[in-house]
Design a protein around this ligand. Structure first.
Ligand SMILES: NC(=O)C1=CN([C@@H]2O[C@H](COP(=O)(O)OP(=O)(O)OC[C@H]3O[C@@H](n4cnc5c(N)ncnc54)[C@H](OP(=O)(O)O)[C@@H]3O)[C@@H](O)[C@H]2O)C=CC1
Ligand SMILES: O=C([O-])CC(=O)C(=O)O
Length: 302
């Protein structure tokens, strides 16, 4: 990874598992040559008691970027099933690493960001809410299962907390919520990824799945969270097509919507995260935006 502006006071090291070049301390560099945020840590000072305290459940690609760009919030607790990851990241961002979910969920945080896996949402989601913390879900695919969504809804109501789903890899997800008011007659997601991201080898563009979001998520749990996010946003079932195309180097999501509002055709051509090509870099930016917005006096978007 290329870094620019390394004139900061920090020391460049390479993240053990994720190959992230990390500038420890208050580095001035925040963007690489492509204009992307890199994992130069910018937080670590002047945390008043009113600052939102965040727990990170999952310290991989997205977790690293959240911790590295904690501005307007503080990463106070970290947990990951991969040994060593949470302590490594905690050492850089100043939070406390926990070696079990049970101790992590008891930590003094306002909100937990799940950036781990659909399984983590299924197994830990309710416990986070019942421990009195809000829950931000990245692995939205887990919520394609109505039983899981229902359990989280009940836990959120019972504990007076909220589950937040970032727009993630879909630009414009928020306005699809109009589907819950006026209805959307036709809602289609067509996703195209490089076969390597899908764990496939194909010689030419091929349709690998067509059907309902829940089934697509079950077949490709690391790749199509967006389908569940769209279905939940719009409050209705959607048609999903997943294509593998060896000629693309972007994660492409096309959304076609028609309804009483008119019609829309949206295409996002997302740059893959350098440390996890299946995950679009936009998804990490999206959850960072959500976290920063929580303490903003004026919030844009529906
Ligand atoms: N909503 C959206 O639009 C998008 C959502 N995503 C989703 O966000 C999530 C995070 O993505 P990303 O950071 O790129 O993924 P990474 O694989 O880079 O990091 C996830 C980390 O969480 C750990 N983990 C997985 N399951 C558990 C668990 N049950 N308990 C504790 N730790 C766990 C993983 O460990 P290990 O390596 O051992 O599994 C890994 O270290 C993924 O589920 C991804 O599919 C991604 C893109 C878009
Ligand atoms: O990041 C993306 O482009 C989409 C993705 O992986 C997902 O929906 O899980």
């Amino acid at each position: 990874m290329v870094m620019v502006g390394m004139q900061g006071r920090g020391v460049a090291v390479t993240g053990a598992q994720y190959g992230i070049d990390v500038l420890i301390g208050k580095g001035s560099a925040q963007e690489d040559d492509n204009g992307r945020l890199h994992a130069a840590f910018i937080g670590g000072e002047d945390h008043s008691s009113s600052v939102l305290r965040v727990g990170l459940l999952g310290c991989g690609n997205i977790g690293f970027l959240i911790a590295a760009h904690a501005d307007g919030f503080e990463v106070a607790a970290l947990y990951d099933q991969a040994p060593g990851l949470a302590p490594e990241l905690a050492g850089r961002c100043g939070g406390t690493a926990y070696d079990s979910f049970e101790t992590f969920v008891s930590a003094d945080v306002d909100l937990v960001v799940e950036a781990a896996s659909p399984a983590a949402v299924r197994v830990y989601g309710e416990a986070v809410l019942r421990a009195g913390k809000d829950l931000v879900v990245m692995s939205v695919g887990a919520l394609a299962d109505p039983a899981v969504l229902g359990r989280l809804r009940e836990a959120a109501i019972a504990s007076g907390r909220r589950v937040r789903i970032p727009s993630g890899a879909v630009m414009g997800l928020d306005n699809l919520k109009i589907g819950r008011i006026g209805g959307i007659d036709r809602l289609v997601l067509r996703t195209t990824k490089n076969p390597a991201s899908l764990g496939l080898t194909v010689a030419e563009r091929v349709l690998v799945f067509k059907g309902r979001a829940e089934e697509c998520v079950r077949a490709f749990p690391k790749n199509i969270n967006v389908s569940a996010a769209i279905a939940i946003a719009a409050g209705q079932e959607i048609e999903v097509e997943l294509w593998a195309d060896p000629t693309v180097d972007r994660n492409i999501h096309e959304i076609f919507a028609e309804g009483p509002f008119g019609d829309a055709c949206l295409q996002v051509r997302n740059v893959p995260s350098p440390d996890n090509p299946a995950t679009s870099y936009l998804a990490a930016l999206s959850v960072l935006t959500l976290l920063r917005d929580l303490s903003e006096p004026i919030v844009v978007g529906t």
